[in-house]
Design a protein around this ligand. Structure first.
Ligand code: AHZ
Length: 299
């Protein structure tokens, strides 16, 4: 055994705390012998899952806010909105894994840079970081994403529908009034089948946070352009961290009645530069989008 491994074993055996739980030095491998689970019927498992999902679909068919895209901007918006327990918030994420680009800090590197004063948002979530003069460094972007996700999903007024894509918007009299959804695997296979109609969720406000252009990205503002509700998407500009982060927060707004846009989708709409791997603007744009959504709800 290496010197390092010995040192670790010693510190654990002397009662080192692991993830808040007390390490039990007297527990042994043999304690797992004969481990037996309580009995269950297969149909029971199925019913537990199906009833919950279907009840959620019934309940959220009319939501106060639908957030499209569960990246760092969408997540931050959902967190801010979820503080009001009277709001019913549905998050629609096309991927199986929520979090968008925020599982890594950039170019497959782990650390996440957040420029001040957005560190206050991390404080609120109790995400630890290393302090620098003008910015902070979270040791892994996944630490931010998993923390905000776990706190958000514990809130009773939030439902995440993942593996579900928003295919279109509901628009009535020039106001965005909800979204058209489908299982992502169905959305990806429309051209291989004859007809697979979607589902709908009505919403008083839609927040679109689908990121910059890509296979699904910027889908909200692209749809607004194709149905003539906005004139054009200017397209994301090349990288300038200092300009980009301030721009994204400044541009965060209700773009057309009933639809707020947040995060990098705004760079496509307004022709803002990209910022690359600095995340402060996503967090604060998400927060600001929550305030814009609340203002729209109050009208
Ligand atoms: O899967 C997408 C991702 O999780 C999801 N999404 C996109 N289209 C969707 C649709 N229906 C449902 N039609 C959809 N979900 O939206 C999420 C977007 O997350 P993101 O991390 O790509 O965007 P963001 O704006 O939250 O964060 C951008 C982070 C970036 S990109 C960047 C640069 O390129 O310079 N810099 C930063 C900080």
């Amino acid at each position: 055994m290496s010197a390092t491994a010995t040192a670790t074993t010693t510190s654990l055996a002397s009662g080192h705390r692991l993830g808040g739980d007390e390490f039990k030095p007297d527990q042994t491998l043999e304690d797992f012998d004969g481990y037996k689970f309580s009995p269950i019927r297969e149909a029971q498992v199925s019913r537990e899952m199906v009833t919950r999902y279907m009840n959620d679909m019934l309940y959220y068919a009319e939501s106060d806010v639908v957030i499209v895209g569960c990246g760092s901007a969408g997540l931050s918006c959902a967190w801010e909105l979820s503080k009001d327990p009277s709001l019913k918030i549905a998050i629609i994420e096309q991927s199986v894994s929520p979090g968008g680009g925020c599982w890594l800090g950039g170019q497959l590197f782990s650390a996440m840079i957040v420029r001040k004063p957005a560190d206050k948002f991390l404080d609120e979530l109790e995400v630890p970081y290393e302090e620098k003069e003008n910015y902070v460094v979270v040791k892994h972007a996944a630490l931010f994403t998993s923390t905000i996700l776990s706190k958000l999903l514990m809130r009773p007024n939030v439902k995440l529908f993942n593996a579900t894509a928003v295919e279109d918007l509901i628009v009535k009299n020039g106001k965005v009034s909800g979204v058209v959804t489908n299982w992502t695997l169905v959305t990806l296979n429309h051209n291989t089948q004859s007809c697979m109609d979607p589902n709908v969720i009505e919403a008083k406000v839609v927040v679109s946070g689908t990121g910059h252009d890509g296979p699904m990205g910027a889908s909200g503002v692209k749809r607004l352009e194709s149905i003539g509700l906005i004139k054009e998407n200017k397209g994301m500009l090349s990288l300038d961290m200092n300009a980009a982060e301030d721009d994204i927060v400044r541009y965060t707004r209700e773009v057309v009645p009933g639809m707020v846009v947040t995060g990098m989708e705004l760079a496509e709409l307004d022709g803002a530069p990209r910022m690359g791997p600095t995340f402060g603007a996503m967090l604060i744009s998400g927060q600001k989008a929550a305030y814009a959504a609340r203002a729209s709800l109050a009208r």
